[in-house]
Design a protein around this ligand. Sequence first.
Ligand code: CU
Length: 174
Amino acid sequence: MIAMVGIFLIMGIGFFVISQSTADEDAAKVTHSVYRVRKYWFFALTLILLVILGFTMPRAPNLDQFKETPQAVVAVDGKMWQWTLTPVSGATTVAGMLVLGLNRTIEFRVTSSDVNHGFGIYNAAGTMLTQVQAMPGYTNRLLYTFHTPGLYSILCLEYCGVGHQVMVSQFKVE
Ligand SMILES: [Cu+2]
């Protein structure tokens, strides 16, 4: 019933618009003025966008991190369903566990050997600190500085199969 009323309402609006429409020369005039306004709008919006970009882009946190020089480098490889953490420089492995320095800028070079994974670092309280995609055939750089000593966890953040939820690893900061 409501649908029927709606259909008749739309039809009624349609007939009203058609009955009110005027000659073609009027349409051409309207089109011309609308196009002129649209051109001004285009330039105005482009200008506004450029001003906003000029103010915000230099403050983007993701650009900032690449200015830092890492004090330690760790190679990270995701593979169903585990993380392999290999110290490249400035870090060590003690009894099979990666140990990173406190207040040092760490660069994680994150990649994957099979499918897409999500590399997420969590503190002991379970709060995510930073994350990056682990993608096959590509290495993502992730820079982070740990200011609190303790145990940290790496959780996979992208569903990657039946073992996704056990794709957990740990490392120590001291
Ligand atoms: Cu996963």
